[in-house]
Design a protein around this ligand. Structure first.
Ligand code: MTE
Ligand code: CO
Length: 420
């Protein structure tokens, strides 16, 4: 093709595709040097691709290399007792891909050999039991989609807007499908004594992390999970087995779980296990704050994903969840909480799982203050940060479920801000 015919055919192409081009607000999409764009034959079309088997365990496209867990090194003293954050801004739907689920370890990632794995149940039981991984896999199993949120998620934001990105302000949450054995089944096999009320649950990592879990919760919906999103748990998430405590704070979801001791009172009453408390303004502390209240965040646009291409049709996308049940509704505000409109929830709505919401609108290019608020099926409405501070003060790190505000600037950039 000569220069001239090339240009002429491109002009024809552009005229023919006028409807398509107009659909986006982005303006001309074809540049003279775009040899890969129609009407040219792209370079990847001119040669054979790699054959099957060259990627025995697939990874995302190399062009998505920035969609990764990220850390904030100054947050903690060591990487072994630290956190990495889910790239919420770059995901959609409700399922978090296994490779980018946030991690929170107190003593690093334990590399448990599956053949040497054991789960012991003892204490106030008729028959102490020891399960191998194969034993667990022989038992009846269920599949459940749940969110897991660290109690410290958004913990840096209590005193004001701090971190510029949904990944950092809200990325200590993930939502996957677990496959595992109901804990009730294991406890029934062991025969829990009538006086039993609490469990002490212990992990096999170097932190020997342990927590007290009320027996009633264990019998209700807890799982010993060994799979996430179909495959075996990742080492970071507790391979080969972890406790799943639906709707409750992440620290109770003991990873690399090795022991469950049944008792008649909370084990932290005897200083045997620790628990998280929330320090209030008056010096008192809230405790037994196990449930994660309803919360939501707009994941896009957000500081790491500004609006490109200027004003016009725009989709706001976000996540909402509640530890008390189902998300009933999500509202979106474009003016910092003065006016609210109902967002569209798309995709499945499960108990104690994330839902995906969208709000579609025509952006006039003016500055907006974007917010979302979740309402769950108990009628609970996610509070503003100021309302939350009125009852909790700012001393706590934990349980910050206040409404997040993103300022969308005229140039499409987005910033973490607070409104009065
Ligand atoms: N279990 C063990 N054994 N050790 C740990 O450090 N961290 C807890 C919990 N279970 C932890 C653990 C905390 S604080 C959280 S928020 C979740 O695991 C994080 O789970 P994830 O790493 O799968 O995201
Ligand atoms: Co945590």
């Amino acid at each position: 093709m000569t220069e001239t015919t090339d240009k002429a055919s491109r002009r024809r192409f552009l005229t023919g595709a006028a409807g398509l081009v107009a659909a986006g607000a982005a303006g001309p999409i074809v540049r003279a040097d775009d040899k890969n764009l129609p009407p040219h034959v792209a370079e990847w079309t001119k040669q054979l691709g790699e054959g099957v088997g060259t990627r025995p365990y697939g990874t995302p496209s190399k062009f998505e290399k920035d969609v990764i867990r990220r850390t904030v090194p100054w947050l903690t003293a060591t990487p072994e007792s630290s956190v990495s954050f889910t790239p919420l801004h770059a995901l959609d739907g409700i399922i978090t891909p296994n490779g980018v689920c946030f991690e929170r370890h107190h003593g690093g990632i334990a590399e448990v050999k599956p053949d040497d794995y054991r789960l012991m149940i003892h204490g106030l039981v008729d028959k102490p039991l020891m399960f191998t991984l194969e034993d667990l896999k022989r038992l009846p199993r269920v599949n459940r989609i749940y969110f897991l949120e660290c109690a410290a998620n958004s913990g840096m934001e209590w005193r004001g807007a701090q971190l510029n990105g949904a990944q950092y302000t809200h990325g200590m949450v993930h939502c996957v499908q677990y496959t595992g054995v109901p804990l009730k089944l294991l406890l029934e096999q062991a025969g829990v004594k009538p006086s039993a009320k609490w469990l002490m649950v212990e992990g096999g990592d170097s932190a020997g992390m342990n927590r007290s879990v009320p027996l009633a919760k264990a019998l209700d919906d807890c799982l010993i999970a060994y799979r996430m999103n179909g495959e075996m748990l990742r080492p970071e998430q507790g391979y080969p087995a972890r406790l799943v405590v639906p709707g409750w704070e992440g620290n109770m979801w003991v990873k690399w779980i090795r022991r469950i001791k049944v008792g008649d009172q909370p084990w932290f009453a005897r200083e045997e296990t620790s628990k998280y408390t929330d320090l209030l303004e008056n010096g008192k502390a809230r405790q037994f704050t196990f449930v994660m209240d309803a919360k939501s965040v707009i994941t896009s646009p957000s500081p790491q994903v500004p609006v490109k291409g200027g004003k016009g049709f725009t989709v706001i996308s976000g996540l909402a969840w509640s530890g008390r049940g189902k998300v009933a509704r999500v509202d979106v505000s474009l003016d910092g909480g003065r006016n609210w409109r109902t967002a569209k929830i798309d995709g499945p709505v499960f108990d104690k799982a994330c839902v995906r919401f969208y709000y579609e609108f025509d952006w006039n290019g003016e500055e907006l203050l974007l917010q979302s608020r979740a309402i769950d099926d108990t009628g609970y409405v996610q509070p503003s940060k100021d309302d939350l501070r009125k009852v909790r003060g700012v001393n706590s790190i934990y349980h910050n479920n206040g409404i997040q505000t993103w300022a969308l600037k005229k140039d499409g950039e987005v910033e973490n801000v607070e409104v009065g």
